[in-house]
Design a protein around this ligand. Structure first.
Ligand SMILES: *[C@@H]1O[C@H](CO)[C@@H](O)[C@H](O)[C@H]1NC(C)=O
Ligand SMILES: *[C@@H]1O[C@H](CO)[C@@H](O)[C@H](O)[C@H]1NC(C)=O
Ligand SMILES: *[C@@H]1O[C@H](CO)[C@@H](O)[C@H](O)[C@H]1NC(C)=O
Ligand SMILES: *[C@@H]1O[C@H](CO)[C@@H](O)[C@H](O)[C@H]1NC(C)=O
Length: 633
């Protein structure tokens, strides 16, 4: 599986140097973030916590509604994940903070580098032998190194949660302190003073010491208000209680929070100032790429009552998600790269045949083009076939994005090849032109339908259908052999077998396509479903008819090759105006049992597109003489 993934993605990845994260990766990082809250089974909780700091950028800016601003990688890690450390280490203490044991991401929207998610955590309260849910609303921005650069966390309905949970804990607090349980306000106050001071005396020693005795600490703490659990960044006991868990991580930094003044952590805050403050450099509305070049332009983008219209830059920045393959202004970078690649591949093929194959050298230019095209078709349809098979686990209901990419790549290689052939060879027969154009249309429709409906069954239809185009290699090997004057018995055999093989494969593919449609796609939710239903029949039947004809032609060529029917010699003019007596050349060759082309057989060469050899040559001569005008037309 891994290997096939790599194989499949290597071509595009090799050529595309843009290393942007996908929406899926942003979501994955969001999950990693939620995972970091889960309890660790590691014996070294502190080391484990430090490993989690890799989630954040060094200069991360954060804000938590119930606390305040939390900036920097270390403080963010210590606060967000250390908050739950105390409860996990001392399950018998009736801590108001529970232990997160599971979560579900219940909402998520990814736009560019910004994620907005709702995460419901289940918090365990061992002493109550129960769990309570809490919901976290999360806004994140993430950089290309997969680090969180900004986070804005909102504890949703947290006041309600603490109103519900804490009264259940106070009897246990009273019990632990040896108090009577008749005044819960008092109990809570005493308990938090006691809990904070116990931790302070344990971890804040020597240089970090805040008090010389626990009595001194309790006296100081008791003078503080209990505070509210939804305002734990202020100068109260609630603030000290949540910071107590972090003392063990870095006493020098966090012990000042436990002092009477609260250090820089537990301070007086003003509601109005706090809400009006604009803490984030980018906001959660800005474009995907904030680069040194556009930073000035984009950092102040927001929607406001001051302006009637949204910023045009927002339109630009959000457009990335609305550009689809069916958009006529979409620049399909890689498709054009494939064309350029085919161009050079054709040149190289022509050069190699011209250099090393005598039969090829003797062919007129138009037929050389045909042979080049046969060769390219064999190579690239084989690659497309491999890609299709890689995508086939979908038939078992195993969906992976790389399967879609493999099948799409198979489609784009085939379409680009056919289009290239239409341009490369002027004189293709009408049925073959129709076949190619229908194929291009069919693949485009399949990709578009899949993209629009996000229904994976359309990918499977694509796989079934692509067999039409990707199982023709034997035919082209036969035709190539025919042109390159291989042993005529061999060529005849290949052509006869391949005519039967293609007929069987194509009949099976067309039938399977219709059966699959009947089983899985015979519905009508969107207008595109109707379009698909109509065209699946047209495509299946239309292409099958051209294929019956193709197989028949292949078979006839195979049969005729062995018939000795010398016709009158025809003289042909090639593009370079030197006269080649084709018939004479073949008379010589026929003695060594190479393929013989007679005027009777030539018209049947459907795949060559050369109904009449002399007529075609007249045509190519016209084209070459009229130069670029004919090509442009
Ligand atoms: C922690 O759990 C994971 C998965 O359950 C396990 O692979 C790992 O060995 C455990 N580590 C310790 C220290 O128990
Ligand atoms: C997550 O969702 C599952 C299925 O709905 C549910 O059983 C579970 O309790 C949920 N867990 C949390 C933490 O919400
Ligand atoms: C905890 O609750 C479960 C069911 O909710 C119960 O089976 C179990 O005995 C309880 N444990 C204790 C220690 O009360
Ligand atoms: C409970 O204790 C608080 C603080 O000591 C006090 O203000 C309040 O009056 C007490 N309430 C009752 C009902 O005794």
């Amino acid at each position: 599986m891994r290997l096939s993934t790599i194989t499949c993605l290597i071509a595009p990845a090799f050529l595309s140097s843009v290393n942007a994260l996908t929406s899926f990766e942003y979501l994955q990082i969001t999950k990693n973030f939620a995972d970091a809250f889960m309890p660790s089974n590691s014996s070294d909780l502190v080391a484990d916590l430090n490993a989690k700091s890799a989630l954040f950028a060094e200069d991360v800016r954060g804000s938590v509604d119930i606390v305040g601003n939390i900036d920097g990688r270390q403080y963010s890690t210590d606060f967000l994940f250390g908050l739950f450390l105390g409860a996990a280490q001392n399950p018998s203490v009736p801590s108001p903070v529970g232990i997160p044991i599971s979560y579900n991401v219940t909402a998520a929207a990814v736009e560019h580098n910004t994620v907005s998610a709702g995460i419901k955590f289940e918090l365990e309260y061992p002493i109550l032998n129960t769990t309570y849910p809490i919901e976290l609303e999360v806004f994140l921005t993430i950089n290309d190194q997969k680090e969180i650069t900004q986070y804005d966390l909102i504890f949703r309905r947290w006041a309600w949660a603490t109103d519900t949970i804490i009264p259940q804990l106070t009897p246990y607090m009273a019990k632990m302190l040896g108090m009577s349980n008749d005044n819960s306000t008092l109990t809570l106050h005493q308990f938090m003073a006691f809990a904070s001071c116990t931790q302070t005396m344990t971890y804040c020693k020597d240089g970090s010491a805040q008090y010389s005795t626990i009595a001194e600490c309790l006296a100081s703490a008791s003078a503080l208000p209990t505070g509210e659990f939804y305002r734990v960044g202020e100068n109260n006991l609630a603030c000290r209680a949540v910071h107590a868990s972090m003392l063990q991580l870095n006493p020098a930094t966090y012990c000042p929070a436990m002092s009477a003044s609260g250090g820089s952590f537990c301070v007086e805050r003003d509601y109005t100032t706090t809400i009006r403050e604009d803490h984030f450099t980018q906001g959660f509305l800005a474009p995907k790429y904030v680069t040194p070049e556009n930073k000035k332009l984009v950092q102040d983008i927001w929607a406001s009552s001051d302006v009637k219209q949204l910023s045009a830059l927002l339109d630009v920045s959000m457009s990335g998600q609305d550009v689809h393959s069916w958009d006529p202004t979409f620049y399909a970078t890689m498709t054009f790269v494939y064309f350029v690649f085919y161009y050079f591949f054709a040149k190289a093929t022509d050069f190699m045949f011209g250099r090393f194959n005598n039969a090829y050298q003797e062919l007129p230019r138009e037929l050389q083009k045909n042979v080049t095209m046969y060769f390219m078709t064999i190579v690239f349809t084989a690659i497309a076939l491999a890609l299709q098979l890689v995508g086939s686990p979908g038939f078992k209901g195993e969906w992976y994005y790389w399967e879609f990419r493999c099948v799409r790549l198979a489609g784009v290689l085939t379409v680009a090849l056919y289009l290239f052939e239409l341009i490369f060879r002027f004189n293709m027969r009408l049925p073959l032109v129709a076949h190619h154009i229908l194929t291009i249309f069919a693949i485009s429709l399949g990709v578009t339908t899949n993209e629009y409906t996000q229904n994976p069954t359309f990918m499977l239809s694509g796989i079934i259908w692509l067999f039409q185009a990707t199982t023709e290699q034997p035919t082209f090997i036969g035709l190539m052999g025919y042109r390159l004057k291989w042993k005529k018995e061999t060529v005849a055999l290949i052509l006869k077998i391949s005519s039967i093989q293609t007929f069987v494969f194509k009949a099976a593919s067309a039938l399977a396509l219709l059966v699959y449609w009947g089983l899985h796609q015979n519905f009508n939710y969107n207008s595109i479903d109707l379009v698909w239903s109509v065209f699946v029949w047209i495509i299946a039947i239309g292409l099958f008819i051209t294929q019956i004809w193709g197989s028949y032609v292949t078979y006839i060529i195979g049969v005729n090759i062995l018939k000795k029917r010398p016709g009158p010699p025809i003289r042909l003019e090639s593009n370079d105006s030197s006269n080649i007596d084709l018939e004479k050349g073949q008379d010589e060759g026929s003695e060594q049992s190479s393929g013989t082309v007679t005027p009777v057989e030539v018209p049947t060469l459907g795949y060559d597109g050369k109904l009449m050899v002399d007529k075609s040559f007249a045509m190519s001569k016209t084209i070459s003489s009229s130069g670029s005008t004919a090509v442009d037309g």
